[in-house]
Design a binder for this molecule. Sequence first.
Ligand SMILES: Nc1nc2c(ncn2[C@@H]2O[C@H](COP(=O)(O)OP(=O)(O)OP(=O)(O)O)[C@@H](O)[C@H]2O)c(=O)[nH]1
Ligand SMILES: [Mg+2]
Length: 424
Amino acid sequence: MEQEKKERVIICGLHRGLRDSLNDTTDESMRELCELVETAGGEVIAEMVQNRPSPESGTYLGTGKLNELRDAVASMEPELVIFDDELTPGQLRNVSDYLKIRVLDRSMLILDIFAMRARSHEGKLQVELAQLKYQLPRLHGWGLEMHRLGAGIGTRGPGETQLEIDRRHIRTRINALEAELKEIKKHRGLLRGRRKKDGVITAALVGYTNAGKSTLLNRMTDAGVFAENKLFATLDTTSRQIVLEDNRKIILIDTVGFIRKLPHYLIEAFKSTLEEAAEADFLLHVIDVSSPETDNQITVVERVLGEIGAGGKPVINVYNKCDINGGYVPAGARADKEVFISARTGTGLDELKKAVYDIAPGGKREYTLLIPYSEGSVLSALHSDEKVLGEEYKPEGTEVRVLLDNITYGRLKRYDLSSCFGEA
Ligand SMILES: Nc1nc2c(ncn2[C@@H]2O[C@H](COP(=O)(O)OP(=O)(O)OP(=O)(O)O)[C@@H](O)[C@H]2O)c(=O)[nH]1
Ligand SMILES: [Mg+2]
């Protein structure tokens, strides 16, 4: 029985008016913050939103709202207050001094979840690095409240010990972490180079957190990757190999989920896992069509892909969870191919495999060519170099069914019956 006592949380955000009403609505951001709190093991007992165009420089909220918040804290007695934006060191100090309670912001909450979920050595190092970088300018930012030791949201990972040591110590640790990560990255680069030389094709599964990337990887490969209904279930790169019908081998790489307002130093810290996406031959962009925010999530993912230099890659948009919302109509997302699937029930997986088959480089397709009897050398070249599936003798020449790649097909296109019909 899961009867563990949850930490009670009040969340606070700003509604900035028209400016962010289009693709970053306050409601959605607050809803997501709620989910993040739950993922971290807390429970939201109240939320407070102030209408103002920008945060108050010293205290984030204006004076009136801050008083209101203090009253709410006094009457509801939450364990902590969490803000929807990243607070400056000064704001963090002022607000926690004023409220006399632990105060976190969205970035710290995300880091905390990352710390809970990091599995591999590299993942743990990356989280620690990001946490230290976040803490460094805020060492004096926490009032006494933040120095309380013990479990709970915002205290996991290296937080409780590192808070006690001085900046110099933290800097030394940051340098050591960066050096170690650099080594790991170098090693990864070598592996990638070898894969490339061996002609191995790579595809990265990318998408918003909780879209179903790991579930899909499981489905496609029985990889047994950790998949569950929590945000950021996957923190480390996991890859598996699939073999296509024509024997092309493809390495599928699972990646960490994207999320709005991902702190920039986290993007940096996680670049090495996202780098796999930037280096992949093509992408599977997994999209949760059961979310009320599908289109905004697509926008966030496309923007981050652009930032890491993967914006122009061939991409299959995989509209997932069609068992919940079968009627979703995509609006203007960038895609070379689109498939509608349910990773849970398996619907649409054959279409997905076909799309992978078609988009993966080095692929061959079946064509029917009509080679005139006067051009016997073309026919014999086909027999010696390509896989001929069948032939039939017609009055005009030999009709050949053959597997060809794009380039060879380009040279032989004039013999293609269907393209002649197309032009007629
Ligand atoms: N109904 C339904 N649920 C699905 C489907 N695919 C995945 N899910 C559920 O969605 C939740 C998230 O799935 P994951 O595979 O962990 O998602 P992810 O994209 O890897 O998430 P992160 O690793 O956190 O970025 C899990 O509870 C899955 O069971 C689907 O096709 N239909
Ligand atoms: Mg995952």
